[in-house]
Design a protein around this ligand. Structure first.
Ligand code: KIV
Length: 271
C-alpha cells in the first residue's frame, strides 16, 4: 500500500518515508489560491511556491527581480488553499546570499507571514552555513542543484548542466553536503539522467527532478508549462497535460463575440 494515500497531511517525514518505500513524489509549482486548491484536491504531494512566479506571474525574463514581500504574498495565498500538500517556498534572489543571518531572517519572515511549511534555496557548499542556521530555527530546508536559475548570469545559458566529469563530481559532493547540513530533500534541475539517478542512489533524502530523468524520487514541473498556459516554452523535459493557451483564447473569443452580438447576457442571466 502507498505511504501517502492515507495521510491527512504531507510532512517532510512522509516524503522521506515515501523514498524509503520507493513511492514517487509528485510536486508542482503554485502561486495563487484558486489553482493551489485544485492541485491540493487532486492529491499533489508538494506545492512549490517557486520564484518562477517572477516569470509566469509577473512576466520578468528571469527569476531575479521577485522580492521577499512578493514571495510571501504568493505563499500566503497558496497556504490558505491547502489542506494536505506540503507547501515549500523559494527564498528569492538577494534574500539569503549575503550571510547566514540574512538567510535566517528571510526564512523566518516566510514561515511567520505566510504559514508555509518549508523553504527552498539554490546552491551547494556555498549555502551550507545558511542552511544550518535556518535549521536551528526549526525551519525545514529543501536544496536546489544543477541549473540554478538565480545564477543565470553566471552560467550565461539555460543548457543542461554537469555534463562534464568535474562539474558532475562537484554536484555529487554538493548533494552529500546538503544532506549532511540537514536538507530534507533536493531539487535537481536539468542535468543528465544518469547523474541524477546516481545522486538519488547515494543520498537518503528524496531527490526531486526537473529535466533530470526518471531515476529520481519525484518530479516537479512549473504549473503554467504543464497546463500549456505558456505556449512558447518547449524544453525536451516538459510534458504538457493541457493546452490552456488555446482553450482560454478560444473561450475569450466566444465571450467577445457574445458581448458584441448582444447575445450575453440572455433573459435567464439577468435579474
Ligand atoms: O521556481 C521554480 O519554479 C523552481 C522549480 C523549477 C523547481 O525552482
Amino acid at each position: 500500500m502507498s505511504v501517502h494515500s492515507d495521510v491527512k497531511k504531507i510532512t517532510t517525514h512522509v516524503l522521506q518515508e515515501m523514498k524509503r518505500n520507493g513511492e514517487r513524489i509528485a510536486m508542482l509549482t503554485a502561486y495563487d489560491f484558486s489553482l493551489a486548491r485544485i492541485l491540493d484536491h487532486a492529491g499533489i504531494d508538494v506545492l512549490l511556491v517557486g520564484d518562477s512566479a517572477s516569470n509566469v506571474m509577473a512576466g520578468h525574463e528571469t527569476t531575479l527581480p521577485i522580492t521577499l514581500d512578493q514571495m510571501i504574498y504568493h505563499a500566503s495565498s497558496v497556504v490558505r488553499a491547502v489542506q494536505r500538500a506540503l507547501v515549500v517556498v523559494d527564498l528569492p534572489f538577494g534574500s539569503y546570499q549575503g550571510n547566514s543571518k540574512e538567510a535566517l531572517q528571510s526564512a523566518i519572515r516566510i514561515m511567520k507571514e505566510s504559514g508555509a511549511h518549508a523553504v527552498k534555496l539554490e546552491g551547494g557548499r556555498e549555502v551550507k552555513e545558511s542552511i544550518e542556521r535556518i535549521l536551528t530555527a526549526g525551519v525545514p530546508v529543501m536544496g536546489h542543484l544543477g541549473l540554478t536559475p538565480q545564477s543565470i548570469y553566471k552560467f550565461g545559458t539555460y543548457v543542461v548542466r554537469a555534463r562534464e566529469e568535474e562539474e558532475a563530481q562537484r554536484l555529487i559532493e554538493d548533494a552529500r553536503i546538503l544532506e549532511q547540513a540537514g536538507c530534507f530533500a533536493i531539487v535537481l534541475e536539468k542535468i543528465p539522467a544518469s547523474l541524477a539517478t546516481k545522486v538519488a542512489q547515494e543520498v537518503k533524502i528524496p531527490i526531486i527532478g526537473i529535466g533530470a530523468g526518471n531515476g529520481v524520487d519525484g518530479q516537479v514541473l512549473v504549473l503554467h508549462d504543464m497546463l500549456g498556459i505558456n505556449n512558447e516554452f518547449h524544453p525536451r523535459f516538459l510534458r504538457r497535460y493541457l493546452n490552456l493557451y488555446d482553450d482560454i483564447k478560444a473561450a475569450t473569443g466566444r465571450y467577445i463575440q457574445d458581448v458584441k452580438n448582444r447575445d450575453f447576457p440572455n433573459e435567464k442571466e439577468q435579474y
